[in-house]
Design a protein. Structure first.
Length: 634
């Protein structure tokens, strides 16, 4: 038996460039060399093809031929994108009754009758506004034996997830005092991890979708914000493109970058330890990311080159000073034509523009008035925005993310109920379309009883806005839709329904059936108090999202008392809730429950529906409250 010896393997790329020298035993297999190449250079073994002489080797083939006495071997490394083999098919479909304005993405598996999209296991999506590439994070399937009879994760699945989570990433990373200091201070969102290893679905502009498995310790195993750019690369890691994502690592939100390799999604953290990422964007033309990281020393804007020769290569950085250092950043965008950085801050209603003068970043101008709300387009000095924020009833801070990426470095602004397009030189802005959330829904979207919940718009591609919505009934599926960017959608609801009869269903801002449109006598169909009926006029002021109802600015034209506008759950007060409150007020006035004939509070109360005259009186009174609002021709 021949004695094993160490052999030098010199690996070169297809163009003759040296990849590296590796020393392995003479009896080593091809798979061992692939692992060492991956460790040094990065390409996963599934993307590597090893050639020695005229031999193309498989993983289980020996590197040396039988009886070879060579001490050094020349190896050619070929890299390739492996065949997907996922069997997925993606198709955009125009939705019936939407007048050509609204389309939905459907993804099916050739070997499975169930749809991959829409589905409850799809957690989030990201977009490249230049190519239309989409990324979908898919939660892993919980084993059947670990589910409840209803099909939901049971105690065994949750226990297994907790066990796996204990050893993943840096869950023990300590909190840093002062990290949340500033006007944007609020309770941070708690990290939510998947209960089983998931996958990332890459829906390319051309070709079938590719699904890539993720390890359990991959940070994409929680709900996340993803930004993508399609940029095919062959060396050193074969890839369809790049992505950055704001994810939880431990208890903090960090920014990571990823190569979209169909063999494995590798990642690296871009934010510094002890900081958190507040907002990020991509400069797709130059393949770099720009993000704001907050730490005890304040807030820094960091420019990092992706696919750099040196990992985590920061190519630029500047510190936010003065009053801005204490304000949480809500969104960031890069305007490539004007070479300007745009920032918005929580609680402000303006866009701060920064430009680099020489070697120093300076505040160049401000679009809008930070302290005044409005929605006005025109020249730069005429612009007004409304970027709402609120402290939710569970204590979590919620705020809008106004800056939206468009193709070729264009920047759009979500202000109130309108989407504005900034001029390339930032000298003006025009209202491009409506942002009413109901425009993303159809009559057939009815749930039990709520219609789907819309997430933030993730980008604009080919004059279409892309957005995800979550079904709120037993299905819980994620819908990915795109809406035509059209000024026709800024018309009144009745005009839109003339050409798109199923668009904008008859619902309140609580996403339940609205008695203002439908004559029905049940608790699921109620007339609701609202600040202004934005069906036919004032459409640009509000996007219909009930989260922003806590802002008194929306209620300026009404006489409705502040304490009956919104319920304790942050929803518009409807007729049933208003009637119940009126009953309580009347009972209090007559001393109900104070030892009189009425008995104790909480005793039997006559249902006003049993007394038609009393019920009619309540309805007339409620209608009079509604009439205090601006007139509306619904």
């Amino acid at each position: 038996m021949a004695q094993e010896r160490e052999v030098e393997f010199t690996v070169v790329g297809p163009a003759g460039q040296e990849v590296g020298k590796f020393w392995l035993d003479s009896a080593s297999l091809c798979g061992s060399l692939k692992l060492q190449i991956e460790e040094k250079v990065g390409p996963p073994p599934a993307t590597q093809q090893i050639a020695i002489g005229d031999r193309m080797l498989e993983d289980t083939d020996p590197l040396l031929e039988k009886d070879s006495a060579a001490d050094s071997v020349h190896v050619t490394l070929l890299l390739r994108l492996p065949a997907s083999g996922s069997g997925l098919e993606a198709l955009w479909k125009a939705l019936p009754g939407a007048g050509g304005f609204l389309e939905e993405l459907f993804i099916s598996d050739h070997g499975d009758e169930e749809l991959v999209l829409p589905d409850r296991r799809i957690r989030t999506c990201g977009l490249d506004p230049d190519s239309g590439l989409l990324l979908l994070m898919r939660e892993g399937a919980v084993p059947v034996l670990q589910r409840t009879p209803a099909g939901l994760p049971g105690p065994r699945a949750k226990a297994k997830a907790a066990e796996d989570q204990g050893s993943c990433l840096s869950e023990s990373e300590e909190e840093v005092p002062g990290l949340c200091k500033g006007k944007g201070k609020g309770k941070l969102i708690s990290p939510r991890r998947c209960l089983a290893p998931g996958s990332l679905i890459i829906v390319r502009s051309e070709g079938e979708p590719v699904e890539v498995a993720l390890g359990f310790d991959h940070p994409l195993h929680c709900d996340t914000e993803i930004l993508a750019v399609e940029a095919v690369q062959g060396f050193p890691i074969p890839s369809f493109g790049l992505a950055v994502a704001r994810v939880f690592i431990g208890s903090k939100v960090h920014l990571i970058s990823m190569e979209l390799c169909p063999a494995a999604i590798k990642w690296q953290r871009l934010t510094a330890s002890g900081t958190r990422c507040e907002a990020a964007c991509l400069d797709r033309e130059n393949l770099r990311t720009i993000f704001v990281q907050a730490g005890p020393a304040g807030r820094d804007v960091v420019f990092t080159q992706l696919r750099a020769a040196k990992a985590l290569e920061q190519i630029d950085k500047f510190h936010l000073t003065g009053e801005l250092s204490d304000k949480m950043v809500s969104s960031v965008a890069w305007s490539s034509t004007s070479s300007s950085l745009l920032l918005t801050f929580v609680g402000e209603h303006a866009i701060r523009v920064f430009r680099k003068i020489g070697s120093v970043w300076q505040a160049a101008t401000t679009l809008g008035d930070p302290s005044r709300r409005g929605c006005a387009d025109g020249e730069a000095d005429q612009l007004m925005f409304w970027f709402p924020k609120c402290d939710n009833f569970d204590g979590e801070l919620t705020y809008s993310r106004p800056l939206i990426a468009g193709p070729s470095g264009a920047v759009f602004v979500h202000s109130g109920g309108a989407l504005m397009r900034l001029a390339a030189n930032l000298s003006s802005a025009i209202k491009a379309t409506s942002m009413r959330e109901e425009l993303w829904m159809l009559d057939d979207d009815e749930g039990t009883p709520e219609y789907p919940y819309p997430y933030n718009v993730c980008g604009v591609h080919n004059d279409k806005m892309y957005r995800a919505l979550r079904q709120t009934d037993y299905r819980g599926g994620l819908l990915v839709r795109r809406l035509q960017l059209s000024p026709d959608l800024r018309q009144g609801r009745s005009r839109i329904r003339d050409t798109a009869p199923a668009l904008w269903p008859s619902i309140t801002e609580n996403r339940v059936m609205d008695a203002a449109f439908v004559d029905a006598q049940n608790h699921m169909c109620q007339r609701a108090l609202r600040p202004v009926r934005y069906y036919e006029e004032d459409r640009d002021k509000w996007d219909g999202n009930p989260r922003w109802l806590g802002d008194g600015w929306l209620w300026r034209k009404t006489e409705i008392p502040e304490d009956v506008r919104v319920t304790s759950l942050g929803r518009l007060t409807d007729f049933a809730q208003w009637r119940q409150r009126k009953q309580w007020e009347e009972e209090a006035e007559v001393g109900f429950g104070k030892g009189g004939k009425g008995g104790k509070v909480g005793g039997y109360q006559e249902d006003p529906v049993e007394d038609p005259a009393k019920e009619l009186g309540y309805k007339n009174l409620f209608e009079s409250e509604c009439r205090r609002l601006s007139a509306s021709s619904t």
